[in-house]
Design a protein around this ligand. Structure first.
Ligand code: A2P
Length: 272
């Protein structure tokens, strides 16, 4: 379902102030609710792994944008984004129809809390994602600095249906074979997919795994502790607040730019 060879000849309209106008290169529809796309990247667009930017389209002469985390790592020459499709959502009802060659708006400034610098270094880094909350972690697990800063990285991605396990092949096999990241990924990265509404090897929510202790026990690790563990959360508001409460009950402290801590959290933004 990927489409290549976009029409690069037709000029794109100028970008509104504050945005780059980039060209869509490929579009991949994972399910009828989920798609991703790649686009060109202006050489002036800088970001750190885990950050987001405002992304969208010009609609009726005005930018219609939402916050999207970059899926692609900072070293990649292109950009990649993962999005849900909502039938009547103002942006995603349109964005889901983009095709290679089309223009897409990328806000000039990237920001966000899910960055390595906001966490104390060392120990096990737990990346907890539900749904499209996986996006920032796709960037982080392809950023060599993440492997330098932590002893081990465990990415837990929970979705309702198996087909929603975006980037599953890359996470379960592809990264380990990557020319530059392979060795680091083989040594330090573990991927744990969980599917809650279909039969699958793991069926539990992240919250249930933390509460029962099965999350750490399955890896032969001691219970979660802010002394040894770091966490990043990205999912729905409910998931974020439930996991946050479980972590804080175990002594985890939220980190920020000037004050790194043992966990950080961000909403998987786009719901419309
Ligand atoms: P479940 O199927 O048990 O609701 P959604 O598409 O609703 O955002 O859900 C994505 C995944 O996140 C699903 O596997 C869902 O599990 C799980 N989930 C939803 N809410 C929470 C929550 N509050 N805590 C942990 N996991 C959640």
């Amino acid at each position: 379902m990927s489409t290549a060879d976009p029409d690069l000849a037709t000029p794109l309209p100028p970008a509104p102030p504050g945005f780059f106008m980039e060209r869509v290169l490929t579009v991949h529809h994972w399910t009828d609710r989920l798609f991703s796309f790649t686009c060109t990247r202006d050489t002036h667009f800088r970001f750190g792994a885990g950050q987001f930017a405002m992304i969208g389209l010009v609609v009726e002469g005005k930018p219609l944008v939402r916050a999207y985390s970059m899926v692609s790592p900072p070293w990649d020459e292109h950009l990649e984004f993962l999005s849900i499709k909502v039938q009547h959502g103002p942006l995603t009802s349109r964005l889901q129809h983009i095709r290679p060659g089309d223009g897409v708006l990328i806000g000039r400034k990237a920001t966000g809390t899910l960055v390595n610098d906001n966490l104390l270094p060392g120990g096990v880094l737990w990346l907890f994602a539900t749904g499209t909350g996986l996006a920032p972690f796709m960037s982080l697990v392809r950023e060599p600095e993440t492997y330098d800063r932590f002893d081990r990285i465990i990415l837990v991605h929970t979705v309702r249906q198996q087909a929603e396990l975006a980037y599953r092949d890359l996470l379960s096999a592809g990264l380990a074979e990557h020319e530059l990241l392979g060795e680091m990924a083989r040594e330090k990265l573990t991927y744990l997919p969980s599917v809650t509404r279909e039969p699958f090897a793991t069926n539990e929510r992240i919250t249930a795994m933390i509460e029962s202790g099965s999350l750490t026990a399955r890896f032969g690790l001691p219970p979660l502790s802010p002394e040894r563990d770091r966490a990043m959360l990205c999912g729905s508001e409910a998931m974020n607040s439930d996991v946050r409460a479980l972590l804080e009950a175990r002594g985890f402290v939220e980190g920020s730019n000037n004050d790194p801590g043992s966990y950080v959290v961000e909403k998987a933004f786009v719901t419309k």
